[in-house]
Design a protein around this ligand. Structure first.
Ligand SMILES: [Zn+2]
Length: 128
């Protein structure tokens, strides 16, 4: 798989817990739909799996697939100040479904895969 993926952290507005979200990067038509990423709510580890056919498939206990609920245009919800926001290339931000309570979680910061691997773990697996 390509190597530009990164980790985005999201913090829940409801329960205030933060969790990492694996971000796929690539042009369209790269077959990205065949990859799915899961975050473990107990260990914070990430599991990336190619083509789990069953939508109910899970890598194991504690893992949840982080879903994007919708996209939000307002920068104040990102937790960064406006000068920082205005330098950003992004015009909207994803709002994730909290893996702990189902509430709305907003991105706070990101890490490269290498940075993430220093303190946690990414499990990448091939097709089932
Ligand atoms: Zn929550």
């Amino acid at each position: 798989m390509i190597s530009d993926e990164y980790i985005e952290y999201a913090r829940c507005k409801n329960c205030n817990k933060a969790f990492p979200v694996y971000q796929f990067v690539g042009d369209t038509d790269m077959g990205m739909d065949s990859w799915r990423a899961f975050t473990n709510s107990q260990t914070g580890e990430i599991w990336v799996q190619r083509e789990p056919k069953d939508s109910a498939w899970s890598p194991g206990a504690g893992y949840a697939e982080v879903r994007v609920k919708y996209y939000q245009l307002y920068p104040e919800l990102m937790g960064c100040d406006f000068p920082e926001w205005s330098k950003s290339e992004f015009t909207n931000v994803p709002v994730y479904e909290c893996i702990y309570c189902g509430g709305e979680a907003f991105p706070t910061h990101s890490e490269s895969k290498q940075e993430f691997a220093v303190h946690s773990k990414i499990n990448e697996a091939g097709a089932i």
